[in-house]
Design a protein around this ligand. Sequence first.
Ligand code: FMN
Length: 405
Amino acid sequence: MYLQQELTLPCGVKLQNRIAKSAMSENMAPGHHAPTNTLIHVYKRWTDGGSGLLLTGNIMIDRKAIGEPGNVVVEDKTHFALLQQWASVVKDTGVHLWPQINHPGRQAIGAINKEVVAPSAVRTNVQIMSSLFKQPRALTEIEIFDIIERFGNTALILKEAGFTGVQIHGAHGYLVSQFLSPLVNQRKDKWGGSLENRARFVLEVYRNIRKKVGNAFPVGIKINSADFQRGGFTEEESMEVVKLLGAEGMDLIEVSGGTYEQPAMTGAGLKKSTQEREAYFLDYVQKVRNLLSTPLMLTGGFRTVATMERALSEGALDVVGIARPFTLYPDLPNRIFAGELTYLDIPIPQMGLKRLDASGAVDVKWHEIQIHRLGKGKKPKTNLSAYSVIGHNLSVMMKNLLLGK
Ligand SMILES: Cc1cc2nc3c(=O)[nH]c(=O)nc-3n(C[C@H](O)[C@H](O)[C@H](O)COP(=O)(O)O)c2cc1C
């Protein structure tokens, strides 16, 4: 199978096959934002599943900028022993484990952050629960340099803890993606305006990480094919940025799309024909393939092994990214390789409330609950109702309140 072939990355490191578990925020670290035993246990189960690459849910680089209450934060070595324990689950297995590192910028829940920052003071405007997001303050240039330095420091700490690579979260409307977006980045200095200026932040983040971790350590990025918003980051601009990142020596570029305002990453709001065709951003990747030789990973909608194999055989991409199916089939790579699994059957939980369902929020939280079940050693619960998601969220909120978050 094409899925079983090895892949050598530009840094020289090999992935044992072409299946990657894409990042899913586990939300399992309330309180001190440290990895927990249940979180580590989930990764043990995913490692046993035989992937080439596991990307962690997004880890914050700054305790003052937290996307969700249960995010892990790595800004110093406070929880180093737990990070080592987490990284050790892949030791001698051949599976790669790369933390995804992130700064949420304006997409940070207001109640858990004293202040919210962004390239410019432009507020997140989501369809539902927009009051969750505060008015952000524009970053000063000194703060921009501090964040670039933090990305590098966090990457180095994770390397020292034993993780086998890192991924920059440059997609889905978080800070890196905010800098790229002309809608959110309205700066008049060298960090805003032209595409060259808007891309400066991601390039500096990458260069600083590379300087700290060296040339032999894999560094990847997840980036949007587009923001799918009028006046936002376009497909043409994304291609230019991807070319720049490739030329800098990026090891793996994962393609996704959308933001909280337009959640295309999980297929929400995309045309029915695109959703049914499976790989939502395949057209974009096919175009990008001719522009650079950097390994490309595509995530969003892959459900049949036939489509994955076809995409790899046509050469449009090098790694198949899969997220939600991993919560119901934690060992999906091994089962696919054994010929036991050809279709990943994933329900799309719906409340029957148009705006809420279109936001994709219930779908994401439904899968988060399944991840929590995996962490407790339980089986996934495929018949979990969308309504249970609301109950679960309320109980998590209460727990966080009791923990002082
Ligand atoms: C529970 C959940 C949490 C997610 N958290 C992240 C995240 O932390 N970082 C990220 O880049 N994408 C995140 N995503 C998006 C996925 O990585 C992926 O892009 C999306 O689910 C589409 O892929 P799929 O169709 O294979 O699920 C999350 C998705 C889900 C369902």
